[in-house]
Design a protein around this ligand. Structure first.
Ligand SMILES: [Cu+2]
Length: 466
């Protein structure tokens, strides 16, 4: 009898899913200019036609022929599906599949206004046309009177902003080689990573979003001066070199995870990165939390809800090109120093560093040797075309093949120019300037660098004693 009830209960719970239809959409084509790395917004009519429930969401990025671009060539920095102005789904290159727990769904109405916010990064000087593909499982109202509504609570360590990023500097966060934002940021009274629950209910699922170098995101709950961890969304790296690339999947909560919450409870999140091996610029820490207002669940102070998570996919073939192999590029440590250009200015144009570029031969390919105490000034002449470049320290020789795990911002002396270029205020990764000066306090020696936006760009300069 007990078994029969269980089977019946399971049937009732799972029944709506049986009526779900899978809808596939292609958003695009999106033309990505050479080296593009901009944030775009566009209306999006590609949504279910009627009222009902979305129970699953799966994102991808494709070419017109349906193949998936290699992540070291074109990558989905992020896509956010906004509904009526609020984030509904989001995806980055970790491509987490979001599924509602059985019996639950995201409410959808035919009149909802959708907007697509995307940042697609073309790591090459070749234009490309791509599509954002996504699959939705959808249960029309008529087919499923019993779906329970849940909402997305958007948690971001930076709060709600268009480009919510922070930098993780190599060596930051102390001797454990890990840096947790905001806890180790030194910011006092920081509250942007917190959300206050407005009504009693139950949390039914969550998962984290990180960038390469990210180890995990944590979700906490505070009540009456007590604090408890609800879930750690750990990154699982398929990447052979470890936590250094997009070859990763995030662990999300199992379908049966539930946490009862009360009005006035405070949720907060943090993001932890590896700071031992490299710096991580423009890092993110986001968790989407699914909330059923009015539902009930276990008290997290009485029951340990912080269970291990599960990944939603395995190693993806588009992540196969790791880089770091012999390339035939010169070893800049063996190249003669060259003179400092006029006024110490090094132009970057057409994806080439004007002096010391590892791809240049002859005099211009020699690393300009600047005197100690002086600077070279890099000028991005591609900025007018909307192309950003950076000068970011990497460990010599920095001349191996480009892939998702090479090069890294791992120079023995840390420097980074920011993204030299311009963009709309508040909605860009650009530094809003086109020039950068090398630090004056560098010791004598060779310095190698790459462009974070176009990692095939590599260069070098020297600092010499007076
Ligand atoms: Cu560049």
């Amino acid at each position: 009898m007990a078994r029969l009830i269980l089977v019946l209960a399971l049937f009732l719970l799972l029944a709506p899913a049986a009526h779900a239809e899978t809808l596939t959409y292609r958003f695009g084509p999106i033309h990505v200019a050479p080296g593009q790395n901009t944030i775009e917004f566009a209306g999006n009519d590609l949504k279910p036609p009627g009222d009902g429930w979305i129970t699953r969401f799966k994102p991808n990025l494709t070419y017109a022929d349906g193949t998936v671009p290699r992540v070291d060539v074109v990558h989905l920095h992020h896509g956010v599906w906004l509904s009526n102005g609020a984030p509904l789904f989001a995806a980055g290159e970790e491509k987490t599949e979001m599924a509602a727990p059985p019996g639950y769904g995201w409410r959808h109405r035919a009149g909802d206004q959708w907007l697509m916010n995307h940042m697609i990064h073309n790591l090459t000087p070749t234009p490309a046309d791509v599509y954002i593909d996504y699959e939705l499982d959808f249960v029309p109202d008529a087919a499923a009177p019993a779906v329970q509504e849940m909402r997305t609570l958007w948690m971001d360590v930076m709060g709600l902003m268009i480009y919510p990023v922070f930098d993780v500097h190599r060596g930051a966060g102390g001797r454990d080689g890990r840096y947790t934002y905001p806890d180790e940021s030194g910011l006092k009274g920081y509250t942007r990573n917190r959300v206050t629950i407005q009504e009693d209910g139950v949390l039914v699922g969550t998962g984290g979003h990180l960038h390469p170098g990210g180890l995990w995101t944590d979700l906490y709950l505070e009540r009456d001066g007590r604090k408890v961890r609800l879930f750690r969304s750990r990154a699982k790296y398929f990447e052979p070199a470890g936590a250094v690339s997009w070859d990763v999947a995030m662990r999300v909560t199992p379908p049966e995870w539930r946490v009862g919450v009360k009005r006035g409870d405070v949720l907060s999140i943090s993001a932890t990165y590896d700071s031992r091996r490299a710096s991580w610029y423009e890092a993110m820490g986001i968790m989407q939390v699914m909330f059923d207002p009015g539902g009930t669940g276990p008290d997290p102070f009485a029951v340990d809800v912080d269970v291990p998570g599960r990944v939603t996919h395995g190693h993806l073939p588009e992540n196969r090109n790791h880089g770091g192999a012999f390339s035939g590029l010169r070893d800049p440590r063996e190249v003669l120093a060259g003179p400092v250009p006029r006024r110490g200015r090094v132009a970057i144009s057409d994806f080439v560093y004007g002096r010391g570029d590892l791809l240049l031969t002859g005099r211009r390919g020699r690393p300009a040797a600047v005197r100690r105490g002086r600077s070279l000034t890099f000028v991005n002449r591609d900025a007018d075309r909307g192309i950003m470049h950076s000068i970011t320290s990497c460990r010599a020789p920095c001349n191996r093949t480009t892939g998702i795990a090479y090069p890294l911002a791992n120079g023995p002396v840390r420097f980074d120019s920011g993204n030299l270029g311009f963009g709309p205020a508040g909605a860009t990764a650009a530094a809003q300037r086109a020039t950068w000066k090398t630090p004056k306090r560098l010791k004598a020696g060779l310095y190698t660098y790459f462009c974070r936006v176009h990692p095939f760009m590599r260069g070098s300069f020297r600092v010499k004693r007076r």
